[in-house]
Design a protein around this ligand. Structure first.
Ligand SMILES: [Zn+2]
Length: 229
């Protein structure tokens, strides 16, 4: 179980070697200790609906259900979180597509950011695969990613799947908004029940309407109360 996640990242010689081998069309340069990887991000991959798992084929191996390339710039800082930009204009500037106004993309949640260069590239692969998959099928392979409090609770659940426990940070972020105060009161006072109306405002059962959000909230309450806070 990881209780502390690092915000710093180092680019090692073996990372550079791996990137060069697998992404030969990315150009690498270093400016003031920041590593820039710019150019074409080419990949082939598949997603198993059954196992909810990706398989990627890199370095020009043309197998898998999606083979695609995106123009990108990946910036890896030594003292803050990395940023991935889609610079080719293929992905619309819209939170629905998880791309912001400055061209940066949202390839991970606020609770489970990458801690290594390998993880950055892995999350970038999943992100760009998802975009190509969406263009083809009009749906996201792993389902929709929500925004705001719903997104945060969903991210909490997904982070626990990767062994990341972040109840303190999650609660801190939830408390920053007014609606979150409402969520907070539920967390502390009442047991979270799957057949209660969903917190998104629909009349459907919470468990059925937003299952990942339900699991996230349920786990957050459990983890938080176990700490005796
Ligand atoms: Zn809902």
């Amino acid at each position: 179980m990881l209780l502390f996640r690092a915000l710093t990242m180092q680019v090692h010689e073996n990372n550079l070697f791996w990137i060069q081998e697998n992404f030969p069309e990315l150009h690498h340069r270093v400016v003031n200790k920041t590593h820039f990887f710019e150019g074409l991000f080419c990949f082939c991959g598949s997603f198993s609906e059954e196992l909810k798992e990706y398989t990627f084929f890199l370095g020009g191996v043309m197998v898998g259900e999606v083979c695609d390339a995106y123009k990108v710039r990946i910036e890896i800082y030594s003292d803050k979180l990395p940023v991935i930009y889609e610079t080719g204009g293929r992905i619309p500037f819209s939170t629905d597509y998880h791309k912001y106004g400055n061209g940066s993309v949202c390839a991970w949640g606020v609770l489970d950011w990458p801690e290594s260069v390998a993880e950055v590239f892995d999350l970038a692969l999943q992100f760009f695969f998802d975009q190509s998959y969406f263009q083809r099928h009009q749906k996201w392979p792993r389902g929709e990613y929500y925004h705001g409090e719903l997104g945060l609770l969903q991210n909490y659940y997904q982070a626990t799947l990767r062994g990341i426990r972040s109840e303190e940070l999650c609660m801190k972020l939830l408390r920053q908004s007014l609606e979150a105060k409402y969520i907070n009161s539920i967390l502390v006072k009442r047991k979270i029940k799957g057949h209660h109306p969903c917190i998104c405002g629909s009349t459907d059962h919470f468990r059925r309407c937003h299952p990942d959000v339900f699991k996230g909230m349920w786990l957050l309450q459990k983890h938080f109360q176990a700490k005796g806070v």
